[in-house]
Design a protein around this ligand. Structure first.
Ligand code: RET
Length: 264
């Protein structure tokens, strides 16, 4: 046994410790970068960049909380895995997933009516997906419902979100330029690749029913899976949004293009 934690071996402890620390660094500095770089796009795209900065700032805060909570629960005086609260992740997602969707819709600068029609469907679906997943991940005993059933219920709004993003939003893409369409396609691929990691990670960690003893490898798989997915889904996604905003700014305004892109 190791000296750090009763529940995790040294390798497991260090892996989660380092990945949470990487989470803090990625979220914090992406937020600062996006905040400072917001001036490098036209005002009409600034809101998309500011929302991306906000998402990563909210996540930086929650990664600080998780890091601190992890250190106390697994190595501090408490040394009790039950003191680790997966709720920080779910509160983070509850705030950031709707904002990620806003970011995506905002950068496309769709007509107001199309924007609100898409968001009015996506935001409640995102909230339902997260609220239904929580009891499964926190191993809450609600009417004896197994974690896998919560996962299944949460998958219904998840599939609906993918449908709206790929089918409905796809229709409005034909109005965008060639260069923007290419970037948006990359963005959607990134979205499906990273958002897909969340349910897979959930499956890796859902084997332990409520009340069962702590399972170290499931715990480590979950923390590593969610953290990597979060870094890609928030930071990389936000940076691609920024680059779409730059391309669109240059397309809309020749003066901007001349000042910002040498080859324009
Ligand atoms: C849960 C429960 C199991 C089923 C599904 C889930 C999906 C979660 C997703 C989360 C996305 C989070 C993001 C955060 C970034 O800020 C809740 C794990 C489908 C897709 C993008």
């Amino acid at each position: 046994m190791n000296t750090l934690s009763n529940a995790l071996d040294n390798g497991q402890f260090n892996l989660v410790y380092n990945i949470l620390s990487l989470g803090i660094a990625s979220m914090l500095f992406t937020a600062i970068f996006l905040f400072v770089a917001r001036e490098r796009v036209l005002p009409r795209y600034r809101i998309a960049v500011m929302v991306s900065a906000t998402v990563t700032a909210i996540a930086a805060y929650h990664y600080f909380r998780m890091f601190d909570n992890f250190s106390h629960a697994f190595a501090g005086a408490e040394n009790n895995p039950d003191a680790y609260n997966v709720g920080y992740r779910y509160v983070d997602w509850l705030l950031t997933v709707p904002l990620l969707l806003v970011e995506l819709v905002a950068v496309l600068a769709l007509a107001k009516a199309a924007q609100s029609s898409i968001l009015n469907r996506l935001v409640p679906a995102a909230a339902a997906m997260i609220v239904l997943g929580y009891p499964g991940d926190a191993k809450l005993d609600i009417w004896g419902i197994a974690p896998s059933v919560w996962g299944l219920l949460s998958t219904i709004p998840f599939l609906y979100i993918l449908y709206v993003l790929f089918i409905e939003l796809g229709k409005s893409l034909s109005r965008q330029s060639e260069a923007v369409q290419k970037k948006v396609k990359i963005l959607r691929l990134l979205l499906i690749a990273t958002w897909g990691v969340y349910p897979i990670t959930f499956i890796l960690a859902m084997g332990t029913p409520p009340g069962a003893p702590f399972n170290a490898s499931e715990f480590v798989a979950r923390e590593v899976g969610y953290s990597i997915a979060d870094i890609l889904a928030k930071c990389l996604f936000g940076l691609i949004i920024y680059s779409i905003a730059r391309i669109k700014s240059a397309e809309d305004d020749k003066e901007f293009a001349k000042a910002e892109f040498k080859d324009a």
